[in-house]
Design a binder for this molecule. Sequence first.
Ligand code: UDX
Length: 449
Amino acid sequence: MADHGGRRPRLVMVASPLQGHMTPMLQLATYLHSQNFSITIAHSDFNPPDSSNHPDLIFLPLPANVSNIDTSDGMTKFFQALNHNCKPHLHNHLLQIINEQKESLNKESIVIFHDNLTFFAGSVADELGLPSIVLRGSSAVFFPAVNIIPQLHQEGRFPPQDSLLQEVVPELNPFRYKDLPFTRRPIHKTFELLTMLITKTSPSAFIWNTIEYLEQPILTQIRQQYQAPVFTIGPLHKIVATRSTSFLEEDTSCISWLDKRASKSVIYVSLGSLAKLDEKVAIEMACGLVNSDQPFLWVVRPGSVRGFEWIEFLPEGLVDEMKGRGLIVKWAPQKSVLAHNAVGGFWSHCGWNSTMEGVSEGVPMLCQPFDVDQLLNARYLTDVWKTGFGIVVERREIEGAIKRVLVDKEGEEMRQRAMEIQEKVKVAASVGGSSCNSLKDLVAFILSF
Ligand code: UDX
């Protein structure tokens, strides 16, 4: 172990301004702070985290100059600019600390943490000779699924032709070609994105907010392929209590609404922090929810239905029909909602945080994946863990799917499986479990610098 004269390394953690990335970074920071590390959260000044919720952490805003970038055609340009613009600020900040320390006898090492979209932090670490650790906010399988795309493209297997879509990718069994990230984008756009996403730096370690039990074959594959240690520390929200990490204000009134509903009677609908819907799709969702005749709690993020500020897309008659049956909120305290006894099903876009949160509470899921890693996560839910099924967004199909999960025997069987997996998650997250042990190993690893 390195001799720091008793001082623990200072940790500088750099998170993307996306909810699904900021949340696990703040959760990990909270855990590491509880292990007596001093922590700086370096973040872009776009979508800053609420520092008042995390008084023990130091916050360092980095000027990103990205608020005028048009993201309607994807986020590649946004992240190119963010990485380009934030890099010199982080570099200068770290250099200043290093120079100050040259005078000091009691030196403190610095370890950089970043996610897969704040790769500028990895470059800065390499340039300054500092160790860096990547916290990946998605499923482990997303990593090889992205890295294999150039090879598949060379071999004529990507983008997959229609005849291949249903086939299993032999290198990624049981995932199919249709589950691969970015299959629906023009190939030049995919390559623009891959140039950004495929790690060019040499991180000292990788961390995933996942559980060994859930992704063992893929984790074994990753460990065989990469030299760097891999830590699996999920689900972080079940290991460390963290105050709200939400960019939007949580509407907690939905908890008292849930208190008045029968056990396992409510379908909770949330499509994460990024997905956007066309009006037609949103109307089909609304009609399916109403026609199912089950209570529902629906998160409609402001601006998430194209062309509307919030729920103005709903015809008046439909709003009247919804009264008494359902509640629509702008943003929910999702982890508390999923843990509530009244929630019997989770209709999700299958973002990794939502997937882990649903799995942790033993809630069966209706899967409506959009892109990126969500189709892989949905495949886990439907075919591997068998705690969810895919849905077609059409009102009659939705009505049937909601009844299937909340009322039918099939839903009950799925819930049993979901609860069995929930037990495995509980074990992993308790003292002596795989995730807790991995966190301890991570602390020991950090102390080795
Ligand atoms: C993005 C990608 O879409 C996802 O696929 C990737 O794995 C991580 O980055 P996002 O779409 O926001 O994330 O989905 P998800 O990973 O599920 O994260 C959403 C987070 O927002 C969850 O932690 C969820 O609890 C929270 N949330 C969502 C709320 O707290 N309230 C809500 O009303 C909705």
